[in-house]
Write a protein that binds this ligand. Structure first.
Ligand code: PHE
Ligand code: ZN
Length: 750
């Protein structure tokens, strides 16, 4: 909002930088209110630029300029011009490299935007993505200018005993007036948005990691001294992520040291600065009594995300900010794969799809709708969106589905090989996938330029005479901008067909190898697929694993959904069937409530649940999701006029009916999963807690003394936050007479 006349920046206007900065030498004399920055830039004209003139424009905001020189010759103000955002040097050498030296001051304490250098409690730290470096010193603040950085920090020994920056520490020393200094060198050229410094009174947890090639990496997590007991999980997560990236993508860490700093004041989750990640404390600190299982999982996911950026973002970076999804979409996809491998692929997929369909779809259906690679922006900070991140990850996932795991790995290997050390585009990424797999993905590229959630309308007809199933798929992508005609997309639709006994049928489809499951490549506006030798009317399991970020229009009967819930071998579609079946039933009850009718629980859901409860489940987190009722917000999204009270009443009625009819199942599952697993945060311990707590949720609907006592006992004996908060939730949402006391105790305890 700082600009009086905001300027729109267009992708089509991209030009290569006029100058390049080979190397940067930065010196910081740290002070809360007046930090002095002395910068030495080794520049040269970019041979690829065809600009005319010999001026050099550096970006700089909220800086106080003290000194400026070229090749050692001081410039007076006739040699340069300054505006709020740009420092223009009227004439610089065109035929040889030259050095610009700058001295400026900044006020970290006055920086409440947390962009550039700022103060967080007693420490000083930086945030430079996307355009924060220009608030530290004058620079070519754009991601396609990549430089090697040498950084010296000078500060008071008591206030700033720890002085950190990117790369490896190469020298340090003492100075007069109780000051000291440390010099850091980062040998990898990087854009300035990956620069970081941290200074403060910090303690550090240390460990090490030996890479696949046998190098030993020092791992350090820096926190304030009162938090050192909450870093163990983050450290383990980092080691897991490092190993996983070697195994899954063949990517090894490059520097000798990897540092993470947890900071109380941080706008986002975390930041992937080279060798020196800065994290919101929320995504580092965890202790069993204060953090829930979900917190533990998020920490591992975010630690991994930032680590994975070292290759997808740092070694290979973005040419311009329109390409943000190049690093974010790919890195989110990678962290999703990782978390799936660490926990449960099925559960992770369901959680990610839930986020996408509730939040990203809403974004894409409203006035903020934009393609994953926008065509224009006014303020880049507003483009760190669910679309760029989550839909961006779905687009990468579709490539993974279309090329399969091996083809995708070949593509990513080629991408890293071609572009290591470069600033590139989404198009370069797709090109590497094409070249490595000998495929033409031109039509697929529309996913990068078109906004809106595509809709697939499906119709089927079975021909008994010819034993054929015809499946017709019609695609359309809505646009907020009606004038823009949208191209048909290439959409991977994974599918299976089930016989009446629940077994998968063999699929014979012209152009595809015979299999029990295939991925249809949908390319036309309307396209019909004919499956041959289908001996009975099958049940279609469509868009398995949620193979594309689309909305499906296909009417389903309750019987069909119950059948899929029982038989589908695809865990995502099985869960989807459960949600759709329960939704249909609850929405029917909403109708009944609105019309003053008597409520009756349909036997179909009871029998489907009974069936589920009688089976043995190894993935208890997944099982818990299968028996979880759809959220009220999901139900609301299916009504034209939302009737919040009736939705709540209908859903509670279903919960209570299930609890009454299946009481003994829930009780025995609760008992079987109540072993004390407090100190354990592996997938199996988390799964047991989830299952136990969903049983408690159902049992609490019974409103009787036995279940009141169950919740109370769990509340008072819980030694981890997941169990404590689940018990408290059960208590406060019931008529349990102890709820006031328990709430009071919880308040006192925390
Ligand atoms: N690049 C960070 C991430 O995705 C997010 C971020 C953006 C953090 C901008 C701070 C500022 O991990
Ligand atoms: Zn990221």
């Amino acid at each position: 909002m700082r600009d009086a006349t905001p300027q729109t920046i267009y992708l089509k206007d991209y030009n290569v930088p006029e100058y390049l900065i080979e190397s940067v030498d930065l010196n910081f004399i740290l002070d809360e209110q007046c930090t002095r920055v002395v910068s030495r830039l080794c520049l040269q004209r970019n041979p690829d630029s065809d600009h005319s003139g010999d001026a050099l424009s550096l970006m700089g905001e909220e800086l106080t300029l003290v000194n400026l020189s070229i090749d050692g010759n001081a410039l007076d103000d006739t040699h340069y011009k300054q505006t709020d955002e740009v420092l223009t040097l009227h004439s610089v050498p065109q035929d040889k490299p030259f050095v610009v030296s700058i001295e400026n001051t900044i006020n970290p304490q006055a920086n409440t935007a947390f962009e550039g250098l700022y103060q967080s409690s007693t420490m000083l730290c930086t945030q430079c993505e996307a355009e924060g470096f220009r608030k530290i010193t004058y620079f070519l603040d754009r991601p396609d200018v990549m430089s090697t950085f040498k950084t010296t920090l000078i500060g008071d020994k008591d206030k700033y005993p720890v002085l950190l920056s990117n790369g490896n520490p190469v020298a340090k020393g003492e100075l007069a007036h109780n000051r000291h200094w440390v010099t850091w060198e980062d040998p990898f050229a990087k854009p300035c948005y990956l620069f970081a410094l941290v200074a403060g009174k910090l303690e550090c947890i240390e460990d090490s990691f030996t890479t696949q090639s046998g190098r030993s990496i020092a791992l350090q997590i820096f926190v304030e001294s009162h938090d050192t007991d909450k870093c163990e999980h983050a450290m383990q997560s980092l080691k897991n992520a490092m190993r996983w990236d070697e195994e899954k993508y063949g990517r090894e860490y490059d520097l000798d040291q990897y540092m993470i700093v947890a900071v109380g004041h941080f706008n986002m989750g975390a930041m992937e600065n080279k060798g020196l990640n800065i994290f919101n404390t929320k995504f580092v600190l965890a202790r069993p009594d204060t953090a829930t299982d979900v917190d533990y999982e998020h920490i591992e996911g975010v630690i991994a995300h930032e680590y994975f950026h070292n290759w997808t973002g740092n070694r290979v970076t973005c040419r311009d900010w329109f390409q943000l999804s190049l690093k974010e979409g790919f890195t989110v996809f990678r962290d999703q794969q990782f978390t799936g491998d660490q926990t449960s692929q099925a559960v992770k997929r369901i959680e990610d799809v839930n986020l996408l369909r509730t939040r990203q779809f809403a974004e894409d259906a409203g006035p903020l709708s934009h393609p994953i690679r926008p065509d224009s922006y006014i303020e880049i900070n507003n483009f760190y969106t669910l679309t760029v991140y989550e839909k961006g990850a779905e687009v990468v996932r579709m490539l993974h589905t279309l090329l399969d795991a091996d083809g995708f790995r070949k593509g990513s290997d080629l991408y890293f090989q071609r572009h290591d050390g470069q600033a590139v585009t989404c198009d370069d990424f797709v090109s590497a996938m094409e070249a490595a797999n000998n495929r033409d993905l031109s039509q697929f590229r529309h996913w990068y330029s078109q906004s809106g959630t595509p809709r697939l309308s499906i119709s089927q007809s079975y021909d008994v005479e010819n034993l054929q199933l015809q499946l017709t798929i019609q695609q359309s992508t809505p646009g907020t901008d009606k004038r823009k005609i949208k191209n048909p997309l290439l959409i991977p639709v994974k599918i299976g067909l089930l016989g009446s006994d629940g077994a998968p049928l063999t699929l014979n489809l012209n152009g595809y190898p015979q299999a029990k499951e295939i991925t249809l490549t949908v390319t036309e506006q309307t396209q019909t697929f004919t499956f041959e030798q289908i001996s009975e009317q099958p049940i279609v399991s469509l868009l398995r694993g949620y193979s594309a970020p689309v909305i499906i229009d296909m009417p389903r009967s309750e019987e069909e959904l119950a059948f899929l819930l029982t038989h589908d071998s695809d865990p995502f579609n099985r869960w989807e069937a459960a949600q759709l079946l329960a939704s249909k039933i609850i929405l029917d009850l909403v109708h009944a409530i609105q019309n003053g009718h008597h409520l009756e629980m349909p036997p179909l859901l009871i029998s489907a649940f009974t069936n589920l409860l009688q089976q043995q489940w190894t993935d208890k987190s997944y099982f818990s999701l299968l028996i979880k009722l759809p959220d009220e917000s999901f139900l609301a999204s299916q009504m034209d006029i939302v009737d919040a009270e009736s939705i709540h009443q209908a859903r509670e009625f279903v919960r209570q009916s299930l609890a009454e009819q299946l009481q003994t199942h829930f009780q025995s599952l609760y008992a079987a999963n109540s072993a004390d697993l407090s100190g354990h945060f592996d997938a199996s311990a988390i799964g047991s807690r989830r299952l136990k707590n969903i049983c408690l949720y159902y049992l609490s609907a019974l409103e009787n003394d036995a279940t009141y006592q169950l919740a109370e006992a769990q509340f008072s004996h819980a030694s981890n936050m997941t169990d404590q908060i689940a018990a408290l939730a059960a208590l406060v949402n019931s008529r349990n007479p102890a709820k006031q006391t328990c709430l009071e105790n919880f308040y006192q305890q925390w």
